[in-house]
Write a protein that binds this ligand. Structure first.
Ligand SMILES: Nc1ncnc2c1ncn2[C@@H]1O[C@H](COP(=O)(O)OP(=O)(O)O)[C@@H](O)[C@H]1O
Ligand SMILES: [Mg+2]
Length: 604
């Protein structure tokens, strides 16, 4: 995965390169999902072959019957036999057709299931930086639109393609066997058709690619503005949002029309051609019959072949745009699946032992994007059980400090140690699972309250969850909910207050039984009374554990063992509240301004 530059464009450019280069290999890889089911796939191919064989044998029998009839009076049995053969061929045609459809439907769904789960689990594996670089809407479109197109390809496209190819090949062999001259004639007209369709697909191909790109953009926009509806309404941007959407939508509309038109033109054109073909055959064939070079049965057979060939050929052309769509979609899906998580464990990295709580930052430098240093030369240490307060202006780098402590990102230089272990030398999961984080924006799933609490630790019992909720002061309001702990949170808890949601995330952190605790402005968005309630709960959670508390209100961290004042990525002051106040510096200034603010609000 690339880490720099404008990522949206980056991705699109990648796509363009890839499908001019590797469309075939993408196709092969996509087919791999079907061929994984070897036995069934082989059966499908065999039954398809049988189907095509029956399909091409039928005109041959028709020609044979015509020949027998045109011979005039004679025994009846040869005609009867030919007709029996015809009936048998038709029965087998149905049996083969049915069997291959059934089998394909089965493995197509399995293949899609595999692809979908692989994609989703791969997305789960990525480091946080992966998500920084990609708009959520774009990712969503990968998981939905792109997989839909692939689904179409699996369940319809492949079938049509293989079937058509078989039919064309078999028919050609039988035709060559019957009459080389007529075969050449038939194919000359077919070549004309190929040329025409080549021109048409050149028009429709790019249109389809653009359509998918623009759809992704449109979906991203819709997703963002619907989830941000409150903000849209608050700033009365409904109209301009609608008109922006309209613009994007029109673009999609136009491209869609172009793509559809090109695809639609393909079909009637091919049909017209198929009919022209028959006329040419009648004319030339009729002439050859009169000349005595061809018998009527052969001509009848060839007219049958011609019309049976035109269907699969039309099919091949119309599958073309589908194959393009599928490879474009699959390419994007594979691109994600091939991405490497940026934060990887060193080989044979040992697990993090149970954390005692000593934390050391040593000359830590860090940047999210190369060239823009966010943290400069950070050095500090925390003893087990200590509470470390972090404060400073917005954008100073406070959240960044905890992002790298949990190893969401790797450092530029310097080192971070927990209990003397370098955190980049141990298994990241075993570190993270011991650290609970409560963030400013509580995130809850649209599931029951109980399941949201249990999310922190697999196997936590109901009692564990309820105990945690009680400690976090959340129990009282939970039992007031319609179904108590079984209440399903709508839309991630939109029907709870911010404070209530925050109490739930704190309870969830308690269920995890963490060894270390991080609170990133956890109480910034709640009123002071709720903050008191939350803090009571937090005190219990903090007992004996090293805690990092980022606070906007300095009163929140006043009792911390050590306060770090961060400004522009540097620790500019450090010490206890009293020590910092005595310094008369940045902290003192900040504290006094908040204190004055409180007095004027009258709520000291
Ligand atoms: N994921 C990210 N990618 C790039 N830059 C980021 C990212 N997150 C934060 N930043 C930048 O890092 C700086 C520090 O951010 P942050 O640590 O969130 O500040 P604080 O928590 O102190 O308000 C800001 O300038 C911000 O723009
Ligand atoms: Mg922050």
């Amino acid at each position: 995965m690339s880490t720099n530059g404008d990522d949206t464009n980056d991705m699109v450019n990648h796509d363009k390169e890839n499908h001019s280069r590797g469309r075939l290999s993408t196709l092969r890889r996509l087919l791999g999902y079907l061929t994984r089911y070897k036995l069934r796939f082989t059966l499908i191919v065999l039954t398809m072959f049988g189907y095509s064989l029956m399909l091409t044998i039928i005109p041959a029998f028709l020609g044979e019957a015509t020949n027998i009839i045109t011979k005039g009076p004679g025994p009846l049995s040869p005609l009867q036999n030919t007709i029996y053969m015809l009936i048998i061929a038709i029965i087998f045609l149905w049996v083969f057709g049915y069997t291959s459809q059934r089998l394909l439907a089965d493995i197509a769904q399995k293949a899609l299931y595999n692809l979908r789960t692989e994609l989703f689990s791969q997305i789960q594996k990525f480091s946080l930086s992966f998500f920084d670089q990609r708009p959520i809407g774009q990712l969503m479109s990968r998981v939905t639109n792109d997989l839909d197109v692939v689904d179409q390809f699996f369940s319809v496209g492949v079938m049509q393609l293989i079937q058509s190819i078989f039919t064309v090949v078999l028919a050609t062999i039988i035709m060559l066997y019957l009459n080389v001259g007529l075969t050449i004639l038939t194919y000359l007209t077919i070549l004309g058709m190929m040329a025409l369709s080549g021109i048409l697909s050149r028009i429709s191909g790019p249109a389809f690619e653009h359509l998918q790109e623009q759809m992704a953009e449109l979906n991203g926009f819709a997703e963002e503005h619907i989830s941000g509806q409150k903000t849209v309404i608050a700033y009365r941007q409904q109209e301009s949002t609608a008109s922006l959407f309209d613009k994007l939508s029109q673009k999609v509309n136009l491209t869609g029309q172009k793509a559809q038109f090109a695809a639609l033109v393909n079909q009637p054109a091919a049909l017209v051609f198929a009919n022209l073909q028959i006329i040419v055959l009648l004319l030339v064939g009729g002439y050859l019959i009169i000349e005595g070079q061809v018998v009527l049965g052969e001509l009848i057979a060839f007219i049958g072949f011609a019309s049976e060939l035109s269907a699969p050929l039309t099919q091949i052309f119309s599958t073309y745009s589908q194959i393009i769509s599928a490879t474009v979609g699959a390419n994007r899906v594979f691109q994600i699946m091939d991405g490497k998580p940026e934060i990887v464990d060193r080989e044979a990295a040992p697990p993090m032992p149970i954390i005692e709580g000593e934390v050391d930052f040593l000359n830590v430098d860090f940047s999210y994007v190369p060239g823009r240093k966010i943290l400069k030369n950070n050095t500090f240490s925390a003893q087990p059980g200590e509470t470390i307060g972090l404060c400073g202006p917005t954008g100073a780098g406070k959240s960044t400090i905890i992002n790298i402590l949990t190893r969401y990102y790797d450092l530029d230089s310097g080192e971070i140690r927990v209990d003397e272990e370098r955190i980049d030398e141990i298994q990241q999961d075993t570190l993270r699972i011991q650290i609970a984080q409560v963030l400013q924006e509580p995130f809850l799933f649209s599931d029951t309250i109980m399941n949201n609490l249990r999310y922190a630790r697999e196997g936590a019992s109901d009692e564990d969850c309820i105990r945690a909720a009680k400690q976090a002061n959340a129990h009282n309001f939970i039992i007031m909910q319609p179904q108590g702990y079984d209440t399903i949170l709508q839309d991630g808890g939109a029907d709870l207050s911010q404070g209530q949601r925050q109490m739930l995330t704190i309870a969830r952190a308690m269920v995890a039984e963490p060894r270390m605790l991080i609170l990133d402005e956890a109480t910034s968005n709640v009123d002071t009374r709720t903050e008191k309630l939350i803090q009571e709960g937090l005190l219990k959670l903090q007992e004996g554990k090293t805690s990092f508390i980022i606070a906007h209100r300095l009163s929140t961290i006043q009792d911390a063992d050590q306060i770090l004042v961060i400004d522009k990525g540097e620790i500019i002051e450090r010490g206890s509240h009293e020590e910092l106040m005595k310094m008369n510096g940045f902290y003192h200034e900040l504290f006094m301004s908040q204190f004055r603010g409180k007095i004027s609000e009258g709520n000291v």
